[in-house]
Design a binder for this molecule. Structure first.
Ligand code: 13P
Length: 254
């Protein structure tokens, strides 16, 4: 892996304050693994307390609203999560696109708002099982990213990460094959170079998500153009999450 691997835990709708001990354990372990950039995205309610516990890892959110503020009951703006200590936000996750009817345009507006608020963005993309079966996965993902990514981003390689998460691999125990991951990441790389130019586009990290576990992480990180992982279930305990981070560290040249 050429760049410093980025290992991000998406806690989804899991965790009360009792989980802060796990965040502390992740942070302590990350201090001994400086070759890897480790981050967690807990539920909104834990962003501030987790940020206060963290010396090494960064803490982020799983979504934000596109507006700065106003009459949006139940929503949270990018500035609010930044104020709570978030350094990044995951946007366009398939669970948001499907469960909350988020369109590419909504996701793009959120990304613009997040960048404006000084947050880094992890932009998710990924095809359904039917789309993969029909042979259109790469075209689908390319279209989704064209519609979801802002046209211009200052210092894109610093502020943007793309997460490829095939929907059928999320929470199922099925992972894409190394070959399929490699092909998709190469297609995403070509698009990023087209959108943001050779220099920035080559450096933007592309991470993989979908049933990443300690026992398959090494194989996934060995794939060209995989710059880390977005981990769901296996990020809920420090033990399994940091085993994945360790597998990433082992791919970095000493
Ligand atoms: P799992 O690792 O539980 O499959 O979840 C992946 C994911 O959706 C991370 O955003």
């Amino acid at each position: 892996m050429a760049q410093r691997p980025y290992i991000v835990g998406n806690w989804k709708m899991h965790g009360t304050r009792a989980m802060l001990s796990e965040a502390r354990a992740i942070d302590r372990a990350a201090q001994r693994l400086m070759k890897v950039e480790v981050a967690i995205a807990p539920p909104y309610t834990l962003i501030h307390p987790a940020h206060r516990e963290a010396d090494q890892i960064s803490v982020g959110a799983q979504d934000c609203h596109h507006a700065d503020g106003g009459a949006h009951t139940g929503d949270i703006s990018a500035a609010m999560i930044a104020d709570a200590g978030a350094k990044f936000v995951i946007l366009g996750h398939s669970e948001r696109r499907q469960g909350h009817s988020e369109t590419d345009a909504t996701v793009k507006a959120k990304a613009e708002a997040a960048l404006e608020a000084g947050l880094r963005v992890i932009m998710c993309c990924g095809e359904s099982a039917d789309t993969r079966k029909s042979g259109n996965a790469a075209a689908f993902v390319e279209n989704q990213l064209r519609g979801s990514l802002p046209e211009t981003i200052d210092s894109a390689s610093e502020r943007l990460t793309v997460a490829y998460e095939p929907i059928w691999a999320i929470g199922t125990g099925d992972t894409a094959t190394p070959r399929d991951i490699g092909d998709m990441h190469a297609a995403i790389r070509a698009l990023l170079v087209e959108l943001y130019g050779e220099e920035e586009g080559r450096e933007i990290r592309i991470i993989y998500g979908g049933s990443v576990k300690p026992d398959n992480a090494g194989e996934i990180f060995a794939v060209a153009e995989v710059g880390g992982a977005l981990v769901g279930g296996a990020s809920l305990t420090a033990d399994s999450f940091m085993s994945i981070a360790l597998a990433a560290a082992e791919t970095v040249d000493a």
